[in-house]
Design a binder for this molecule. Structure first.
Ligand code: AMP
Length: 279
């Protein structure tokens, strides 16, 4: 499949090219199935989206943007989108298959991750985001549900639904509140540094099992984000180096947040992250 799309990027795919297997999951706009490309026997995940849903929510521009961005990205920690096709009712996305499923489920199973696992995921995410930022793509919706794992446990960023390709500061409000940077909650102009904030949130959630500003109501979460009301529970035990990294990312002034380059040089990452990205 990857070589086919490389050799012939214009190839017109259709449902006849695939054998459909078990359902892998259900999203907001459709279902995802395991599938095999008949000729090459290559296993993929086929995401089926109903056009009616897309039209109802006027999401065609967003979906097209998501598809164009994701097909253009080539990184070991970014889920590949090999191509897409449609029939009268549905749109089909041909996606790289992530055998390990959602990282979210892994996190819920064990309640929190080890420092080695957390550092490996943060390092993989940082490298993927550095690559995206180089291509002027801001993801803006990084959360555990959008992170998948392959058969070796390697992290893959999926779902570019909210991402934008941009060279300037952006204004639109989007994403889930818990993972949003203060400048996004306030609907102020924002840039690449929103993804750096989210890395801090995720690092905290990986180690403690819940995001740092979780609250009963959206308005309380909003207030906690705005105040950067950060505290570290005494259990589970988390090293001082991990807390140092989190504190350097959850900084209100976006220009003072640790850069992606500096994250990769941080002692906690150096000490704990697996260089192969598998754990
Ligand atoms: P989504 O519509 O993208 O939210 O996907 C719904 C569910 O299908 C996800 O929560 C995953 O469990 C599963 N899924 C989506 N994409 C893939 C993939 N590429 N490989 C394996 N499972 C996937």
């Amino acid at each position: 499949m990857p070589s086919q799309t490389e050799k012939n990027p214009q190839k017109q795919w259709s449902l006849q090219d695939f054998e459909i297997g078990k359902p892998l999951g259900k999203g907001k706009f459709g279902r995802v199935y395991l599938a095999r490309e008949t000729k090459s026997k290559y296993i993929v995940a086929l995401k089926v989206i109903f056009k009616e849903q897309i039209e109802k929510y006027r999401l065609h521009h967003q979906l097209r943007r998501e598809m164009e961005i994701q097909t253009s990205l080539r990184h070991p920690n970014v889920l590949r989108l090999f191509g897409w096709f449609h029939d009268s009712e549905r749109i089909y996305l041909i996606l790289e298959y992530a055998h390990g499923g959602e990282l979210y489920k892994e996190l819920r199973k064990t309640s929190h991750l080890t420092e080695k696992q957390a550092a490996t995921y943060i390092s993989s995410l940082t490298q993927a985001l550095a690559y995206c930022h180089e291509k002027h793509v801001i993801h803006r919706d990084i959360k555990p549900e959008n992170l998948l794992l392959d058969h070796e446990g390697r992290l893959k960023i999926a779902d570019f639904g909210w991402s934008v390709q941009s060279r300037s500061k952006r204004h639109t409000m989007c994403g889930t509140l818990d993972y949003l940077a203060p400048e996004m909650v306030e609907n102020k102009a924002h840039d690449y540094a929103v993804d750096n904030w989210t890395l801090g949130i995720l690092c905290y959630e990986f180690l403690y099992g819940a995001p740092p500003f979780e609250a009963e109501s959206q308005s309380d979460t909003f207030r906690r984000i705005m105040k950067v009301d950060l505290s570290f529970p005494s259990t589970p035990y988390v090293s001082a180096e991990a807390k140092d990294l989190i504190s350097r990312l959850l900084v209100k002034d976006s220009s003072k947040r640790l850069s992606l380059e500096k994250i990769m040089e941080h002692p906690w990452i150096i000490k704990n992250a697996d260089p192969t990205g598998t754990c």
